[in-house]
Design a protein around this ligand. Sequence first.
Ligand code: KIV
Length: 266
Amino acid sequence: MTKFTIQDFLKKKTERKKITMITAYDYPFARIVDEVGVDAILVGDSLGMVVQGLENTLPVTMDEMIYHTKMVTRAVQNAMVIGDMPFMSYQAGIEDAVRNAGRFLKEAGASAVKLEGGMEVAEHIRAMTRSDIPVMAHIGLTPQSIHRMGGYKVQGKTDESAKRLIEEASIVEDAGAFSVLLEAIPMELAKKITETLTIPTIGIGAGPYCDGQVLVLHDVIGLFERFVPKFVKKYANLKEEALKAIKKYKDEVENGMFPSEEHSFK
Ligand code: KIV
């Protein structure tokens, strides 16, 4: 198998095949995800919440994103690794955006970056793309805008906001994004955007009509329970499994069952 590329992203849309994407933040999980054969791995700034235990994603730094992205690229052989640009790594200016996006490719071995925003980051996307940095845009619910949005709310529910999202999707496509992530928007709106664009849409809480789907790994495997959005499907409960295993270990140490001869040297 060869590495999944941005050309493969576009090809899948043309062939009407679904693109699969999930987040990962470290070596062991990136290995598992890659072994499954997902097309792309997002090293999302959601790591602030699901790994670092933060309230939201805003405090996550560029250095932390590079640290986690390096662990992921070290593990991955086939999936495309996309680094997520954290809050304030691009908002202050285009030069910042290009420099920080470049770090994901140069220092961490990612193949592309993602950034949140539509119209307001079009020039950033243009400059990054001109510098040979493939960019995935992210519109709809953008968690870095939590304070402006007043919480994690479904976007594009009014005619006016839906129209604006359709326009923004076209603007980021024109600016050079190779794909656009649609978060928490009505499924019919996601369908319309997907049909309008030539680049693939990747949905999270955007219904079944997107060209691909992404979810946060820790939600999928049951390792994050602080809040579970409606769009999350939990496929396993690893927390339960981990609790059982660690409790058994503790009990066996306490009652002298571990280590046995089998786990000791003669
Ligand atoms: O940071 C993240 O994990 C994201 C999700 C929308 C997938 O951006």
